[in-house]
Design a protein around this ligand. Structure first.
Ligand code: NDP
Length: 335
């Protein structure tokens, strides 16, 4: 019989954390935690849960990295004095988490079943069991839904200047919106386009002062307030412009452009949850107990819960919080 004092060979006693971890992993194919989504929130949750030795599994989505993959320069994430591109930052966050054992699959989660534990996560027809889940699926771009928009998607109308801007070298393009996204897209597009017209439905701005001023000071950008796109104009070759309406009096005018970038905000990616987790009227997850959702053992972090801040740094912070809450919950509830 090994004694408590034995410290060699098979008799080495695992620490409390190690023994609970081993127990959980051994319980027939049930993961400790599955992370759904891979922006700054997901990767930070992955880093923390990996360092907590929970052997996390992440479903990163077919387009891993989230919205930062569509962002050019990130200048407001502390620690990068020269700035960094969104895709580079996502690659580094992923590498950092993988170094500690985060297992990442670039696949989409089709649906989940949180009705009983262990939870079920369905991916490409396979069922994955897990004691806990961290949802960090973020948000996606909202389209304008002006007349003729559906036909012109991908034929001149885009929601991602970083992805499609280079197609419009020396051409005239439109950007729609009055927030930081619109300012960023407009400024970025001046690298390619001969002229960028920024259209906003009113003359007050959600954009931060610094980004608005940068756009204002760019001689390639013309800012036109009180202009809404009523319909998109096109010919056989694609977009030719837009019919604009002044919301103050309903008057209209045409504007010529071969490209248009819609930057009017985002909506949370929560449809795959099929209502199993409480959300608000706009689909954002409502956390109940710190980062825990209405389902015990399911946590949420980042833009999928954040209706206010929506920054890479706040998403990363929330990912950290969800990971810590998740680890504590597992220790207390999964024996
Ligand atoms: P915002 O919600 O800040 O702005 C959306 C803009 O689109 C508003 O000006 C809004 O107009 C306009 N809009 C909304 N719906 C319509 C519509 N149907 N027709 C016409 N215009 C419409 O979203 P953003 O995506 O710009 O920013 C979201 C968050 O991300 C913010 O916190 C922002 O600071 C952050 N961000 C930061 C960046 C950075 O720092 N590098 C870059 C990009 C985003 P109205 O004002 O009239 O409501």
């Amino acid at each position: 019989m090994p004694t408590v004092e034995s410290v060699t060979g098979d008799d080495v006693k695992p620490t409390f954390k190690e023994s609970t971890r081993q127990h959980r992993i051994m319980s027939e194919g049930v993961r400790n935690v599955i992370i759904i989504g891979s922006g700054p929130a997901g990767y930070t949750a992955g880093l923390y849960t990996a360092r907590a030795m929970l052997e996390p599994l992440m479903f990163a989505g077919y387009m891993s990295g989230g919205q930062l993959m569509l962002t050019s320069d990130v200048e407001n994430f502390p620690g990068y004095p020269e700035g960094i591109t969104g895709p580079e930052m996502m690659m580094q966050l992923r590498q950092q988490a993988e170094r500690f054992g985060l297992e990442v699959h670039d696949k989409n989660v089709a649906r989940v079943d949180f009705s009983e534990r262990p939870f079920k996560v369905y991916v490409e027809g396979n069922e994955h069991l897990t004691h806990s889940v961290i949802i960090s699926t973020g948000a996606e771009a909202i389209w304008l839904d002006a007349e003729n928009e559906a036909e012109q998607k991908g034929r001149g109308i885009s929601t991602c200047a970083t992805c499609d801007g280079a197609f419009f070298k020396d051409e005239e393009v439109l950007v729609i919106g009055g927030g930081d996204s619109a300012m960023e897209e407009a400024t970025f597009l001046t690298r390619f386009a001969s002229k960028v017209t920024l259209l906003h439905r009113r003359d007050t701005w959600k954009a931060s002062k610094v980004m608005l001023e940068r756009a204002r000071n760019n001689e390639k950008i013309e800012i036109r307030p009180f202009r809404q796109v009523k319909s998109w104009l096109s010919d056989d070759n694609g977009l030719t412009g837009a019919l604009l309406e002044d919301p103050r009096d309903g008057s209209t005018e045409e504007i010529a452009a071969t490209g248009a970038f819609i930057a009017i905000g985002h909506k949370p990616i929560t449809a795959f949850l099929e209502g199993q987790v409480e959300t608000d009227d706009h689909g954002y997850i409502v956390n109940k107990d710190f980062s825990m959702t209405s389902v015990e053992g399911v946590f949420a972090a980042g833009d999928v819960v954040d209706t206010r801040y929506r920054q890479a740094i706040t998403a990363a912070g929330m990912g950290c919080m969800a990971a810590i809450d998740c680890e504590r919950w597992l220790e207390e509830n999964v024996h």
